[in-house]
Design a protein. Structure first.
Length: 128
């Protein structure tokens, strides 16, 4: 049990690191890594879970989604754009492998469908 907990903690911090890098570098998607980090922290320690949920990176990128409220349009746009760029790069690199291109296309369509039709868009809070 203790080893499993330590693995969750290590993976949680690794995913938090990669997700944090994704905030700075637009080529790395942020939200999936932060979701994995939240899952790992939630399974490893209540203290780490509480700490992670109090960070600004969680509140800015995940809090509304995890609470079931949806995502703001800028976050959804950023995710769809990054997925499109990364899958487009893979599509280009798989020029001689048509089955892989077809799989990438289906994955891309699913991502677009999910973020456009399944994830609710919430309005940004007014600063006034």
């Amino acid at each position: 049990m203790r080893i499993t907990r330590m693995i969750y903690i290590i993976v949680g911090f690794l995913m938090l690191g990669v997700g944090s890098i994704g905030v700075l570098l637009p080529i790395i998607p942020t939200v999936p890594f932060l979701l994995l980090s939240a899952i790992c922290f939630g399974r490893s320690s209540e203290k780490l879970n509480t700490w992670f949920k109090e960070t600004s990176i969680y509140k800015k990128n995940l809090e509304s989604y995890v609470d079931g409220k949806g995502m703001n349009s800028s976050t959804k746009t950023r995710i769809v754009l990054m997925v499109t760029l990364l899958i487009g790069f893979g599509f280009y690199m798989m020029e001689s492998v048509p089955i892989c291109r077809a799989i990438l296309f289906v994955v891309w369509i699913f991502h677009i469908y999910y973020f456009v039709f399944k994830v609710e868009t919430i309005k940004n809070k007014s600063k006034w």
